[in-house]
Each structure stands twice: as structure tokens, then as C-alpha cells.
Design a protein around this ligand. Structure first.
Ligand SMILES: [Zn+2]
Ligand SMILES: [Zn+2]
Length: 162
């Protein structure tokens, strides 16, 4: 069982967080235990003033390095994220360790849950998938909106799920 320690920044609504916790636990049934969300303060060092975005790589590093733990860490933030070379990213993950997800461009709970499931899928070791699957790589908001919210049978098998 992988325990996920959850954080949120900038007052994400409890309804969104409760729904997300449920979506993660039902998608990765038996694989993850999702703890209640606690607040986390975004480090100003990860903020890029000119872009008005947070550097996702730096933010994830700060998150993982603070109180190192063997639990997976998940951060949900309303701030927009980028990585060098891309205008924005929905989220970023590091295998086995943790992930961050931005709600900035996600306007429905379905969309939010889907992106968080995708990032936690990466944390659990899944790569991008070619089948209709939540692990499909999406290059735009439209592609992301249209992709499946579920794991395909092949990805489930990779995770050792029935
Ligand atoms: Zn991905
Ligand atoms: Zn798949």
C-alpha cells in the first residue's frame, strides 16, 4: 500500500479535495491510501515573476525535500505551472516520490481528477500510454479534456491490479 500525504495551496475547496481523494482511491484500488489534505505554503523561490507562474520542477523539489518521507507526496495548487520549454503544464511527477497538479486550467472536478490520476499513475511507475487511457499524453487543454478518465487494462496490469 502506498500512502499519499496530500497538501493544497491557496485555499482549494474542500469539495474538490474530497472528490479527488475518492477518485484516486477508487482508481488505484488497494494500491493507495490517500490522507486528508493539509495546507502548504508555496515557496516564493519557485515563483517566476515575469511569467507569473511557478516553476514546476523547483516546486516539486521543495515539496519532496521538506520533511523527507517514504510516503508519496501530492500537492494541489491553484497557481499556474510551467517547465522550461513549455508554456504551461497541468502537473509534474517524480517516480515513487510525488507529484504536483495545478488547477489553474482545469475547470471541472472530472478534469481535475483526471490530471491528478495521470500524475499519480506516473508516480506509481506508469509511462504514457497509446490506448484510450488516462495515461495518454496530451499536448493541449482540448486533448486533455477529451482523454479517458480511466486506466486501460494494460496499465492496470502493469500496476498489478486485477
Ligand atoms: Zn504524463
Ligand atoms: Zn493505459
Amino acid at each position: 500500500m502506498n500512502e499519499i500525504t496530500c497538501y493544497h495551496a491557496n485555499n482549494v475547496s474542500k469539495d474538490i479535495l474530497d472528490d479527488l481523494k475518492h477518485a484516486l482511491e477508487s482508481t488505484f484500488q488497494g494500491l493507495v491510501l490517500v490522507e486528508d489534505f493539509q495546507t502548504w505554503e508555496l515557496p516564493p523561490e519557485a515563483y517566476h515573476g515575469r511569467r507569473r507562474q511557478y516553476d514546476a520542477t523547483l516546486l516539486l523539489e521543495f515539496l519532496l525535500e521538506e520533511e523527507p518521507s517514504k510516503n508519496i507526496k501530492l500537492l494541489i495548487t491553484t497557481e499556474d505551472l510551467f517547465v522550461p520549454g513549455m508554456n504551461f503544464v497541468f502537473g509534474l511527477a517524480q517516480t515513487r516520490r510525488g507529484a504536483i497538479v495545478s488547477l489553474h486550467r482545469l475547470d471541472t472536478t472530472d478534469f481535475i481528477n483526471k490530471e491528478a490520476i495521470h500524475e499519480i499513475g506516473h508516480v506509481l511507475g506508469l509511462k504514457h500510454c497509446q490506448l484510450p487511457c488516462v495515461m495518454t499524453f496530451s499536448n493541449s487543454v482540448m486533448e486533455a479534456r477529451q482523454k479517458s478518465s480511466k486506466l486501460c487494462p494494460k496499465c492496470k496490469k502493469t500496476l498489478g491490479m486485477a
